[in-house]
Every structure is written in structure tokens, then in C-alpha cells.
Design a protein around this ligand. Structure first.
Ligand SMILES: Nc1ncnc2c1ncn2[C@@H]1O[C@H](COP(=O)(O)OP(=O)(O)OP(=O)(O)O)[C@@H](O)[C@H]1O
Length: 265
């Protein structure tokens, strides 16, 4: 699916790649309560961008602002040239079809089979025939290692498989942007590692831009190519950059401590 928003659009060789996402002066609040303020960062096309920080600092809240669920108290979010929150609702909705979102639980419909779950967005947003939709859903399930599980219900499979099924559904419309909220939450280390590998594979094969909320250090270092670090106390970002570089060389001891699990203390 190509579009004016296509983060995979070819760039001229000499030019700096245009950021896929730009966040400018963003303030996140619930009513009067400011959670984070003055957030500023770019996400490059094809990045796996980690939103990290301690518990309760506002990672999930930032993600909600990026996927159109919560309007900022101040500031702007651009996807390429689209000033998301300034755009009319219809345009925002159209854009969100280019985004795949994987929530913590996988958020599958329990009364639908895995195949039916993946078929849902295809039925809603495409004019493909029933047969094409069925084939595409099987293909997406195979992509996440769930070939042959299409007729299973969510309750009949493991937590790791549910996450992967949720991912197959997030991939249904070939998204240019993929958002993950704590993908490894509730998974054993091996299943978490498998999901990380899958995210890396999908990024490589689909060329999507990926944004991940996580505080799992293993995942951060395994998949992250760039990051922003949110601090709960000062309520703003205190570091930006490649996670391993921040661990080794961030001038801020709070960031190094977090990324070394306190080994610096
Ligand atoms: N719907 C809401 N209404 C009011 N306050 C909220 C709401 N959701 C979250 N908060 C508050 O906003 C702050 C940030 O929450 P958020 O879930 O974004 O943090 P987080 O960094 O993702 O946390 P964790 O790592 O523990 O999941 C917390 O203090 C939380 O209590």
C-alpha cells in the first residue's frame, strides 16, 4: 500500500532521509496533571525506536499520543508532512490505517478464531474478495509462525502465541508504522526473545518504522536502533540515542544506572 505518508518511499541518494515521525514540544497530560513536557525527537524511517524509562514515567501515555488515542496538551506530532493533530478527523482516520498497533495483551476478540481476528481489518478497510482475505490472513499468520493455527481461538493458545496473533492482525494492512506497547510483558524469556527476533525480521522484510514501549533491558539492546529516555521526576526526556551508546556513554548517571540495572551504584 503506497501513499503520501509512505515511510518506505525512496529517498534521493544525497538527501538526509526525511524523518518518518517528528515530535515537537509535546506535552502529555491527564487534565491538569502533566505527565511529560517538552518532548522533542525524530524517528528515522526503518528505525526500531524505543520509548524507555522507569515505571509510571509516561511511556504508554506517549504511545497513546502517537497512535491518535490521546490529544496532546501542547505540541505537535508529524508523520512525514502530516501534522497529525492539526489534520481533520477524516484524514487522521485514513492515516491510522497505515499504522499497526500491538497492545500488551494482544487484544484479540476472544469469540473469533485467529484467522477471523486477522481478517477483521481486511474486511473493514479493503475491497478484497472473501477468498483473497482468507488467503491473506493465512499468509500473515504464517509470517508470525502460526501457520495451521487459524481455526484456534485465543483461549486455546499460549500467551506468546496470542502476542504473535495480535502481531499478525497488526500486519494485516501492511502498515508503514508499527507500534508495540510492552511486547514482552508476561512472556517467559524465550518467548520474549522469539518475539524480538520476529520484530527484527519484520522490520527487515517490511521496511516499516517501528516504535516500541518497553523497560525490558534484553529487548532494548536486542532490537533498539534509537531511543528516547523519559524521566518521571523531571517529567521530560533526559536522553536520546542508540541504547547501547547511552548505556556506555550517556553523560546522565540516571540513564546509565537504568541501562546497567544499577550496576554503577
Ligand atoms: N487514564 C489515565 N488517567 C489519569 N492518569 C493516568 C491515566 N493513565 C495513566 N495515568 C498516569 O500517568 C502516569 C504515566 O502512566 P503510563 O502508564 O503512561 O506510564 P508508563 O511509563 O507506561 O508506566 P509502566 O512502565 O508502569 O507501564 C502514571 O502516573 C499513571 O498513573
Amino acid at each position: 500500500m503506497s501513499s503520501a505518508f509512505d515511510a518506505r518511499a525512496p529517498e534521493s541518494a544525497a538527501a538526509e532521509p526525511r524523518p518518518a515521525i517528528r515530535v515537537r514540544g509535546l506535552t502529555l497530560a491527564y487534565g491538569e496533571r502533566v505527565i511529560q513536557r517538552d518532548l522533542n525527537f525524530d524517528v528515522s524511517p526503518g528505525a526500531i525506536f524505543i520509548i524507555m524509562g522507569g515505571s509510571g514515567c509516561g511511556k504508554s501515555t506517549l504511545l497513546r499520543h502517537l497512535v491518535g488515542l490521546q490529544r496532546p496538551a501542547a505540541g505537535e506530532v508529524f508523520f512525514r508532512d502530516l501534522n497529525f493533530w492539526e489534520a481533520p478527523e477524516e484524514q487522521r482516520k485514513r492515516f491510522l490505517r497505515h499504522c499497526g498497533i500491538l497492545y500488551q495483551s494482544g487484544a484479540l476478540w476472544s469469540s473469533l478464531t485467529l484467522a477471523e481476528n486477522v481478517e477483521l481489518p481486511l474486511r473493514e478497510y479493503t475491497r478484497l474478495s472473501r477468498g483473497e482475505i482468507r488467503d491473506l490472513a493465512q499468509f500473515k499468520l504464517a509470517l508470525v509462525g502460526l501457520a495451521g493455527f487459524g481455526t484456534h481461538y485465543p483461549a486455546e493458545i499460549s500467551g506468546g502465541m496470542r502476542k504473535r496473533a495480535g502481531l499478525a492482525r497488526a500486519l494485516a494492512l501492511d502498515p508503514e508504522f508499527l507500534f508495540f506497547d510492552e511486547p514482552s510483558a508476561g512472556l517467559d524469556p524465550l518467548s520474549a526473545r522469539r518475539l524480538d527476533d520476529l520484530i527484527l525480521e519484520l522490520r527487515a522484510s517490511l521496511g516499516a518504522t517501528v516504535v516500541v514501549v518497553t523497560h525490558e533491558l534484553a529487548s532494548i539492546f536486542a532490537i533498539g536502533t534509537d531511543s528516547v529516555f523519559l524521566d518521571a521526576e523531571s517529567r521530560t526526556q533526559i536522553a536520546r540515542g542508540h541504547p547501547a551508546e547511552l548505556r556506555d556513554a550517556s553523560p546522565d548517571p540516571r540513564v546509565r544506572r537504568f541501562l546497567t540495572r544499577g550496576a554503577e551504584d
